[in-house]
Write a protein that binds this ligand. Structure first.
Ligand SMILES: Cc1cc2nc3c(=O)[nH]c(=O)nc-3n(C[C@H](O)[C@H](O)[C@H](O)COP(=O)(O)O)c2cc1C
Ligand code: SF4
Ligand code: SF4
Length: 277
């Protein structure tokens, strides 16, 4: 069957996964582009056939796909549809995330013919504690676009969407990680946990700065902030994605986790994006 459409599916509170996904889609050169933004709402009974290439991009939380993203993808269904699985992480590690995304897509009937692990600015990154700040940058986006081009080449060489082989995502090249920094990070995190230092469960709000513009409530992926009551955050719904922090035009919201300093200090070394196809 002729493949003439590309559909980008993403969950992306701080928009880095979205940017990578969009660059991959651009790289395919396909003119018919559709998008499903699952950041704020779930997919409902969405069916894909073999005439569409589906690119799925989402972030890594604690080495996993965020449970909210997985639940948002429950309503996706495919019948042998070729897919590109992409995880975006904040320069620390992605651990189980790519495997989890691959398994979910396979269970939904997709054939994962390519995959990528890309770097995005860490949700906890601030001016004081930069962590992969500004990524994806121009180089990252060029590499993402190249993945899109290479996927189309693979499909052409295979002689059709249904002929392109699945990839074994466990064989993707792992990023280089300076050993000493990793050890120091593990040591400091263990010490911090043992000390019983309290961790913030939601971003803090400076009520003097808040103008009640409602932007944070609009970008929150899990309805943790109610419009009109923006200085209050529901801890039971907050996934600590920092979309509200990064999006607040008054800088009224902050998420001061002690992890930010440790991540900034120990994961300075620029990790490379990796792809497999
Ligand atoms: C709760 C939480 C946990 C995270 N865990 C990891 C992690 O385990 N490894 C990592 O490298 N980055 C981690 N990050 C950073 C995100 O993966 C990274 O910022 C990603 O680019 C965010 O994607 P988005 O912009 O599409 O929301 C975490 C971020 C949050 C909010
Ligand atoms: S985005 Fe900032 S200024 Fe606007 S309502 Fe939320 S906290 Fe207040
Ligand atoms: S309130 Fe929590 S879940 Fe909502 S945008 Fe802010 S950090 Fe993310």
């Amino acid at each position: 069957m002729k493949l003439d459409k590309v559909h980008l599916v993403f969950f992306s509170p701080t928009r880095t996964s979205r940017k990578i996904g969009e660059a991959i889609v651009r790289g395919t050169g396909l003119k018919c582009i559709e998008m499903s933004d699952l950041t704020g709402k779930p997919a409902i009974g969405q069916e894909f056939g073999a005439d569409t290439l589906v690119v799925v991009a989402c972030p890594v939380y604690g080495g996993h796909i965020p449970p909210l993203a997985l639940s948002r993808m429950e309503g996706l269904h495919a019948s042998g549809t070729p897919a590109v699985a992409v995880v975006v992480y904040g320069n620390r590690a992605y651990e189980h995330a790519l495997q989890e995304l691959d398994s979910l897509l396979a269970a939904k009937g997709f054939r994962v013919i390519a995959a990528g692990t890309f770097i995005g600015e860490h949700s906890y990154s601030t001016e004081r504690h930069p962590i992969a700040a500004g990524r994806p940058d121009a180089k990252d986006l060029e590499e993402a676009a190249l993945l899109g081009r290479r996927v189309m080449e693979k499909l052409r060489k295979a002689g059709g969407a249904d002929m392109a082989g699945r990839v074994d995502v466990s064989r993707i090249r792992k990023p280089r990680q300076p050993f000493f920094h990793l050890l120091r990070f593990i040591y400091k995190v263990t010490r911090m946990r043992k000390s019983g230092q309290p961790m913030p469960s939601t971003p803090a709000v400076d009520a003097d700065l808040c103008t009640h513009c409602g932007h944070c409530a609009a970008v929150c992926p899990n309805e943790a902030i109610a419009k009109g009551d923006e200085c209050h955050t529901r801890a039971d719904r907050c996934i600590r994605c920092c979309a509200c922090v990064k999006g607040c035009p008054q800088k009224a919201r902050s998420f001061d986790t002690p992890f930010a300093g440790l991540l900034s200090e120990n994961f300075r070394y620029r990790k490379a994006n990796e792809v497999i196809l």
